[in-house]
Design a protein around this ligand. Structure first.
Ligand SMILES: NC(=O)c1ccc[n+]([C@@H]2O[C@H](COP(=O)([O-])OP(=O)(O)OC[C@H]3O[C@@H](n4cnc5c(N)ncnc54)[C@H](OP(=O)(O)O)[C@@H]3O)[C@@H](O)[C@H]2O)c1
Length: 316
Protein backbone atom coordinates (compact mmCIF):
# COMPACT_ATOMS: atom_id res chain seq x y z
CA UNK A 1 0.00 0.00 0.00
CA UNK A 2 2.82 2.34 0.92
CA UNK A 3 4.50 1.55 -2.37
CA UNK A 4 1.33 2.59 -4.23
CA UNK A 5 1.11 5.91 -2.45
CA UNK A 6 4.73 6.65 -3.38
CA UNK A 7 4.05 5.70 -7.01
CA UNK A 8 0.94 7.89 -7.00
CA UNK A 9 2.97 10.76 -5.60
CA UNK A 10 5.69 10.40 -8.25
CA UNK A 11 3.12 10.36 -11.06
CA UNK A 12 1.39 13.39 -9.69
CA UNK A 13 4.65 15.25 -9.15
CA UNK A 14 5.57 14.97 -12.82
CA UNK A 15 2.59 16.89 -14.16
CA UNK A 16 0.88 18.62 -11.21
CA UNK A 17 0.97 22.34 -10.40
CA UNK A 18 3.12 23.50 -7.46
CA UNK A 19 0.14 23.92 -5.20
CA UNK A 20 -1.18 20.47 -6.06
CA UNK A 21 2.25 18.93 -5.49
CA UNK A 22 2.58 20.36 -1.98
CA UNK A 23 -0.87 19.04 -1.26
CA UNK A 24 0.21 15.56 -2.37
CA UNK A 25 3.48 15.61 -0.42
CA UNK A 26 1.54 16.39 2.71
CA UNK A 27 -1.07 13.73 2.00
CA UNK A 28 1.48 11.03 1.17
CA UNK A 29 3.60 11.84 4.23
CA UNK A 30 0.58 11.78 6.52
CA UNK A 31 -0.78 8.59 5.01
CA UNK A 32 2.55 6.77 5.30
CA UNK A 33 2.96 8.04 8.84
CA UNK A 34 -0.49 6.67 9.69
CA UNK A 35 0.35 3.29 8.16
CA UNK A 36 3.57 3.10 10.15
CA UNK A 37 1.81 4.29 13.27
CA UNK A 38 -1.03 1.86 12.96
CA UNK A 39 1.02 -1.25 12.31
CA UNK A 40 4.06 -1.09 14.53
CA UNK A 41 3.66 -4.66 15.83
CA UNK A 42 5.55 -7.79 14.75
CA UNK A 43 3.66 -10.64 13.05
CA UNK A 44 1.52 -12.79 15.33
CA UNK A 45 2.68 -16.42 15.31
CA UNK A 46 -0.18 -18.86 14.89
CA UNK A 47 1.92 -21.95 15.43
CA UNK A 48 0.85 -23.41 18.80
CA UNK A 49 -1.72 -20.66 19.34
CA UNK A 50 -4.99 -21.66 21.05
CA UNK A 51 -8.21 -20.38 19.50
CA UNK A 52 -11.94 -20.70 19.88
CA UNK A 53 -13.79 -20.44 16.55
CA UNK A 54 -17.59 -20.17 16.51
CA UNK A 55 -19.64 -21.30 13.52
CA UNK A 56 -16.97 -23.83 12.55
CA UNK A 57 -19.40 -26.35 11.05
CA UNK A 58 -19.65 -24.59 7.69
CA UNK A 59 -18.56 -21.74 5.43
CA UNK A 60 -16.12 -19.14 6.67
CA UNK A 61 -15.73 -20.50 10.22
CA UNK A 62 -14.94 -23.99 8.97
CA UNK A 63 -12.20 -22.65 6.70
CA UNK A 64 -10.76 -20.40 9.40
CA UNK A 65 -10.59 -23.37 11.80
CA UNK A 66 -8.87 -25.51 9.15
CA UNK A 67 -6.35 -22.86 8.17
CA UNK A 68 -5.51 -22.05 11.79
CA UNK A 69 -4.92 -25.71 12.59
CA UNK A 70 -2.88 -26.25 9.42
CA UNK A 71 -0.73 -23.29 10.52
CA UNK A 72 0.00 -25.26 13.70
CA UNK A 73 -2.67 -23.76 15.96
CA UNK A 74 -5.00 -25.59 18.34
CA UNK A 75 -8.65 -24.84 17.67
CA UNK A 76 -11.77 -25.41 19.74
CA UNK A 77 -14.32 -25.58 16.90
CA UNK A 78 -17.89 -24.91 18.00
CA UNK A 79 -21.32 -24.94 16.34
CA UNK A 80 -24.65 -26.72 16.85
CA UNK A 81 -24.17 -29.56 14.32
CA UNK A 82 -21.83 -32.14 15.87
CA UNK A 83 -21.76 -34.32 12.70
CA UNK A 84 -20.47 -31.38 10.66
CA UNK A 85 -17.79 -30.67 13.24
CA UNK A 86 -16.72 -34.33 13.08
CA UNK A 87 -16.44 -33.99 9.27
CA UNK A 88 -14.21 -30.99 9.83
CA UNK A 89 -11.88 -33.01 12.07
CA UNK A 90 -11.74 -35.78 9.45
CA UNK A 91 -10.86 -33.30 6.74
CA UNK A 92 -8.16 -31.78 8.93
CA UNK A 93 -6.61 -35.19 9.57
CA UNK A 94 -6.56 -36.03 5.88
CA UNK A 95 -5.01 -32.65 5.01
CA UNK A 96 -2.57 -32.92 7.91
CA UNK A 97 -1.47 -36.32 6.59
CA UNK A 98 -0.41 -34.82 3.27
CA UNK A 99 1.01 -31.75 4.96
CA UNK A 100 3.23 -33.62 7.44
CA UNK A 101 4.78 -35.59 4.57
CA UNK A 102 5.93 -32.31 3.07
CA UNK A 103 6.72 -30.64 6.38
CA UNK A 104 10.33 -29.57 6.28
CA UNK A 105 10.65 -27.19 9.23
CA UNK A 106 11.18 -29.19 12.41
CA UNK A 107 10.13 -26.22 14.53
CA UNK A 108 6.63 -26.19 12.99
CA UNK A 109 4.44 -28.24 15.33
CA UNK A 110 1.21 -29.77 14.05
CA UNK A 111 -2.05 -28.23 15.12
CA UNK A 112 -5.30 -29.80 16.27
CA UNK A 113 -9.06 -29.31 16.07
CA UNK A 114 -11.30 -30.16 19.01
CA UNK A 115 -15.00 -30.27 18.04
CA UNK A 116 -17.59 -29.27 20.62
CA UNK A 117 -21.25 -28.77 19.83
CA UNK A 118 -23.42 -26.12 21.43
CA UNK A 119 -25.63 -23.16 20.77
CA UNK A 120 -24.11 -19.69 20.90
CA UNK A 121 -27.38 -18.22 22.14
CA UNK A 122 -27.43 -20.49 25.23
CA UNK A 123 -25.47 -19.23 28.22
CA UNK A 124 -24.70 -22.72 29.55
CA UNK A 125 -23.07 -23.69 26.22
CA UNK A 126 -20.98 -20.51 26.06
CA UNK A 127 -19.66 -21.17 29.56
CA UNK A 128 -19.00 -24.81 28.73
CA UNK A 129 -16.72 -23.72 25.86
CA UNK A 130 -14.92 -21.15 28.00
CA UNK A 131 -14.53 -23.62 30.88
CA UNK A 132 -13.03 -26.17 28.49
CA UNK A 133 -10.40 -23.63 27.38
CA UNK A 134 -9.59 -22.81 30.99
CA UNK A 135 -9.33 -26.46 32.04
CA UNK A 136 -7.33 -27.68 29.04
CA UNK A 137 -5.31 -24.67 27.94
CA UNK A 138 -5.31 -22.43 31.00
CA UNK A 139 -6.23 -19.43 28.81
CA UNK A 140 -7.04 -18.40 25.24
CA UNK A 141 -5.02 -16.60 22.56
CA UNK A 142 -7.67 -15.88 19.92
CA UNK A 143 -11.45 -15.75 20.05
CA UNK A 144 -13.09 -15.71 16.63
CA UNK A 145 -16.71 -14.56 16.76
CA UNK A 146 -17.78 -15.87 13.39
CA UNK A 147 -21.12 -17.69 13.85
CA UNK A 148 -24.04 -15.77 12.42
CA UNK A 149 -27.34 -15.96 10.64
CA UNK A 150 -29.23 -13.74 8.24
CA UNK A 151 -32.76 -12.92 7.20
CA UNK A 152 -34.26 -11.40 4.06
CA UNK A 153 -37.54 -9.52 3.74
CA UNK A 154 -39.25 -6.19 4.31
CA UNK A 155 -39.41 -4.96 7.89
CA UNK A 156 -43.08 -3.95 7.72
CA UNK A 157 -44.17 -7.53 7.09
CA UNK A 158 -41.67 -9.22 9.41
CA UNK A 159 -42.43 -10.70 12.82
CA UNK A 160 -41.05 -9.25 16.07
CA UNK A 161 -39.41 -12.64 16.67
CA UNK A 162 -37.19 -12.30 13.61
CA UNK A 163 -35.26 -9.30 14.87
CA UNK A 164 -34.93 -10.86 18.34
CA UNK A 165 -33.61 -14.16 16.97
CA UNK A 166 -31.11 -12.38 14.73
CA UNK A 167 -29.90 -10.14 17.52
CA UNK A 168 -29.41 -13.21 19.72
CA UNK A 169 -27.14 -14.96 17.20
CA UNK A 170 -25.41 -12.00 15.57
CA UNK A 171 -25.04 -9.65 18.53
CA UNK A 172 -25.84 -10.93 22.05
CA UNK A 173 -24.21 -14.33 21.41
CA UNK A 174 -20.77 -12.95 20.45
CA UNK A 175 -20.97 -10.22 23.10
CA UNK A 176 -21.69 -12.68 25.90
CA UNK A 177 -19.19 -15.26 24.66
CA UNK A 178 -16.56 -12.52 24.68
CA UNK A 179 -17.54 -11.65 28.24
CA UNK A 180 -17.09 -15.30 29.23
CA UNK A 181 -13.70 -15.51 27.46
CA UNK A 182 -12.21 -12.19 28.58
CA UNK A 183 -10.63 -13.60 31.77
CA UNK A 184 -8.97 -16.31 29.62
CA UNK A 185 -7.65 -13.77 27.11
CA UNK A 186 -6.36 -11.56 29.93
CA UNK A 187 -4.38 -14.51 31.30
CA UNK A 188 -2.42 -14.50 28.04
CA UNK A 189 -1.88 -10.78 27.74
CA UNK A 190 1.37 -10.81 29.75
CA UNK A 191 3.08 -13.32 27.49
CA UNK A 192 1.19 -13.06 24.17
CA UNK A 193 -0.92 -10.57 22.24
CA UNK A 194 -4.41 -12.05 22.51
CA UNK A 195 -7.01 -11.10 19.91
CA UNK A 196 -10.77 -11.02 19.57
CA UNK A 197 -11.89 -11.22 15.94
CA UNK A 198 -15.36 -10.19 14.81
CA UNK A 199 -16.49 -11.58 11.48
CA UNK A 200 -18.88 -8.79 10.59
CA UNK A 201 -20.04 -7.77 7.15
CA UNK A 202 -19.75 -4.96 4.67
CA UNK A 203 -23.38 -4.38 5.72
CA UNK A 204 -22.01 -3.27 9.09
CA UNK A 205 -20.91 -0.10 7.24
CA UNK A 206 -23.73 0.45 4.76
CA UNK A 207 -27.22 -0.93 5.34
CA UNK A 208 -29.28 -2.17 2.41
CA UNK A 209 -33.01 -2.80 1.99
CA UNK A 210 -34.61 -6.15 2.85
CA UNK A 211 -31.92 -6.95 5.42
CA UNK A 212 -32.76 -4.35 8.07
CA UNK A 213 -32.48 -6.69 11.06
CA UNK A 214 -29.23 -8.26 9.87
CA UNK A 215 -27.69 -4.84 9.14
CA UNK A 216 -28.79 -3.59 12.57
CA UNK A 217 -27.15 -6.57 14.29
CA UNK A 218 -23.89 -6.17 12.36
CA UNK A 219 -23.82 -2.38 12.93
CA UNK A 220 -24.34 -3.04 16.64
CA UNK A 221 -21.52 -5.59 16.73
CA UNK A 222 -19.13 -3.21 15.00
CA UNK A 223 -19.99 -0.32 17.32
CA UNK A 224 -19.53 -2.49 20.38
CA UNK A 225 -16.22 -3.84 19.02
CA UNK A 226 -14.85 -0.32 18.41
CA UNK A 227 -15.50 0.61 22.01
CA UNK A 228 -14.06 -2.66 23.28
CA UNK A 229 -10.90 -2.13 21.20
CA UNK A 230 -10.13 1.09 23.04
CA UNK A 231 -11.06 -0.32 26.46
CA UNK A 232 -8.80 -3.36 26.05
CA UNK A 233 -5.83 -1.61 24.39
CA UNK A 234 -4.09 -1.04 27.74
CA UNK A 235 -4.37 -4.79 28.45
CA UNK A 236 -2.70 -5.67 25.14
CA UNK A 237 -5.83 -7.43 23.84
CA UNK A 238 -6.53 -6.59 20.20
CA UNK A 239 -10.01 -6.35 18.71
CA UNK A 240 -10.09 -6.94 14.95
CA UNK A 241 -13.07 -6.36 12.67
CA UNK A 242 -13.17 -8.39 9.44
CA UNK A 243 -15.96 -7.50 7.03
CA UNK A 244 -16.61 -9.89 4.13
CA UNK A 245 -18.98 -9.27 1.24
CA UNK A 246 -21.26 -11.98 -0.17
CA UNK A 247 -19.57 -15.35 0.37
CA UNK A 248 -20.47 -18.70 -1.21
CA UNK A 249 -21.47 -20.58 1.94
CA UNK A 250 -24.60 -22.11 3.48
CA UNK A 251 -25.56 -18.71 4.82
CA UNK A 252 -28.48 -18.21 2.43
CA UNK A 253 -29.80 -21.76 3.07
CA UNK A 254 -30.41 -21.15 6.76
CA UNK A 255 -32.03 -17.71 6.86
CA UNK A 256 -34.20 -16.99 9.90
CA UNK A 257 -37.97 -16.56 9.33
CA UNK A 258 -37.45 -16.14 5.59
CA UNK A 259 -39.55 -17.92 2.93
CA UNK A 260 -37.61 -20.81 1.36
CA UNK A 261 -36.00 -19.96 -1.95
CA UNK A 262 -35.63 -16.24 -1.19
CA UNK A 263 -32.57 -15.00 -3.03
CA UNK A 264 -30.15 -12.24 -2.08
CA UNK A 265 -29.08 -9.79 -4.78
CA UNK A 266 -25.35 -9.23 -5.00
CA UNK A 267 -22.69 -8.46 -7.56
CA UNK A 268 -20.04 -11.17 -7.33
CA UNK A 269 -19.10 -13.33 -4.37
CA UNK A 270 -16.03 -14.62 -2.54
CA UNK A 271 -15.13 -18.18 -1.60
CA UNK A 272 -15.01 -19.06 2.13
CA UNK A 273 -11.39 -20.15 1.59
CA UNK A 274 -10.43 -16.69 0.36
CA UNK A 275 -12.26 -14.99 3.24
CA UNK A 276 -10.51 -17.29 5.72
CA UNK A 277 -7.07 -16.65 4.17
CA UNK A 278 -7.58 -12.88 4.38
CA UNK A 279 -8.83 -13.22 7.96
CA UNK A 280 -5.79 -15.25 9.00
CA UNK A 281 -3.56 -12.67 7.33
CA UNK A 282 -5.34 -9.89 9.22
CA UNK A 283 -4.82 -11.76 12.50
CA UNK A 284 -1.12 -12.28 11.79
CA UNK A 285 -0.67 -8.62 10.91
CA UNK A 286 -2.97 -7.17 13.59
CA UNK A 287 -5.15 -5.39 11.02
CA UNK A 288 -7.79 -3.73 13.12
CA UNK A 289 -10.35 -3.21 10.38
CA UNK A 290 -10.65 -4.86 7.02
CA UNK A 291 -13.40 -4.69 4.42
CA UNK A 292 -12.38 -7.67 2.33
CA UNK A 293 -13.67 -7.09 -1.19
CA UNK A 294 -13.02 -4.25 -3.63
CA UNK A 295 -16.79 -3.99 -4.25
CA UNK A 296 -17.36 -3.73 -0.50
CA UNK A 297 -14.77 -0.98 -0.15
CA UNK A 298 -16.34 0.90 -3.07
CA UNK A 299 -19.78 0.65 -1.47
CA UNK A 300 -18.46 1.91 1.89
CA UNK A 301 -16.62 4.85 0.26
CA UNK A 302 -19.52 5.75 -2.03
CA UNK A 303 -21.95 5.76 0.84
CA UNK A 304 -19.59 7.92 2.93
CA UNK A 305 -19.06 10.55 0.21
CA UNK A 306 -22.37 10.35 -1.68
CA UNK A 307 -24.94 8.99 0.80
CA UNK A 308 -27.92 10.53 -1.01
CA UNK A 309 -27.01 8.97 -4.36
CA UNK A 310 -26.42 5.56 -2.77
CA UNK A 311 -29.76 5.82 -0.93
CA UNK A 312 -31.50 6.58 -4.22
CA UNK A 313 -29.85 3.67 -6.05
CA UNK A 314 -30.69 1.24 -3.25
CA UNK A 315 -34.30 2.48 -3.02
CA UNK A 316 -35.13 1.47 -6.58
N1 LIG B 1 -22.14 -15.65 3.49
C1 LIG B 1 -22.13 -14.34 3.29
O1 LIG B 1 -22.52 -13.84 2.21
C2 LIG B 1 -21.60 -13.45 4.37
C3 LIG B 1 -21.28 -12.12 4.03
C4 LIG B 1 -20.79 -11.27 5.01
C5 LIG B 1 -20.64 -11.73 6.30
N2 LIG B 1 -20.96 -13.01 6.62
C6 LIG B 1 -20.81 -13.43 8.01
O2 LIG B 1 -19.87 -14.47 8.08
C7 LIG B 1 -20.15 -15.30 9.20
C8 LIG B 1 -20.13 -16.76 8.77
O3 LIG B 1 -21.14 -16.96 7.79
P1 LIG B 1 -21.02 -18.05 6.65
O4 LIG B 1 -21.13 -17.35 5.36
O5 LIG B 1 -19.86 -18.92 6.86
O6 LIG B 1 -22.40 -18.81 6.87
P2 LIG B 1 -22.73 -20.35 7.19
O7 LIG B 1 -22.04 -21.24 6.24
O8 LIG B 1 -24.21 -20.42 7.27
O9 LIG B 1 -22.09 -20.55 8.64
C9 LIG B 1 -22.70 -20.06 9.78
C10 LIG B 1 -22.13 -20.80 10.97
O10 LIG B 1 -22.71 -20.27 12.16
C11 LIG B 1 -23.16 -21.34 12.95
N3 LIG B 1 -24.29 -20.93 13.77
C12 LIG B 1 -25.42 -20.32 13.37
N4 LIG B 1 -26.24 -20.14 14.43
C13 LIG B 1 -25.60 -20.64 15.50
C14 LIG B 1 -25.93 -20.76 16.87
N5 LIG B 1 -27.09 -20.33 17.37
N6 LIG B 1 -25.04 -21.34 17.70
C15 LIG B 1 -23.87 -21.80 17.23
N7 LIG B 1 -23.49 -21.71 15.95
C16 LIG B 1 -24.37 -21.15 15.11
C17 LIG B 1 -23.55 -22.44 11.96
O11 LIG B 1 -23.41 -23.71 12.55
P3 LIG B 1 -24.62 -24.65 13.03
O12 LIG B 1 -25.76 -24.41 12.11
O13 LIG B 1 -24.04 -26.01 12.97
O14 LIG B 1 -24.88 -24.20 14.44
C18 LIG B 1 -22.47 -22.27 10.92
O15 LIG B 1 -21.32 -23.00 11.30
C19 LIG B 1 -21.50 -14.82 9.74
O16 LIG B 1 -21.29 -14.03 10.87
C20 LIG B 1 -22.07 -13.99 8.62
O17 LIG B 1 -22.93 -12.97 9.10
C21 LIG B 1 -21.43 -13.88 5.69
Amino acid sequence: MRRWTIVAYKKQATFGSNFFRIDWIFFVALYNFCLLELNPLPFRRLNESQSLVTGASSGIGREIALQLAIAGGHVLAVARRQNRLDDLVDEFHSRRGTQSKHQSRASHKLGSIIPMSGDLTIERDRHRWADWCQANWGGLDILINNAGSGAIGRFDTSSPERVRKLMEVDFFGPVELTRACLPLLKQRSKTNRPAIVMVGSVLAHRAVPLKSEYCAAKFALRGWAESLRCELASERIEVLQIDPSTTRSEFFDSLIDTPAGTKSESIGSMSPQRVATLTIRAIERSKRRMVLSVGGRLLVSASRWFPGIVDRILSR
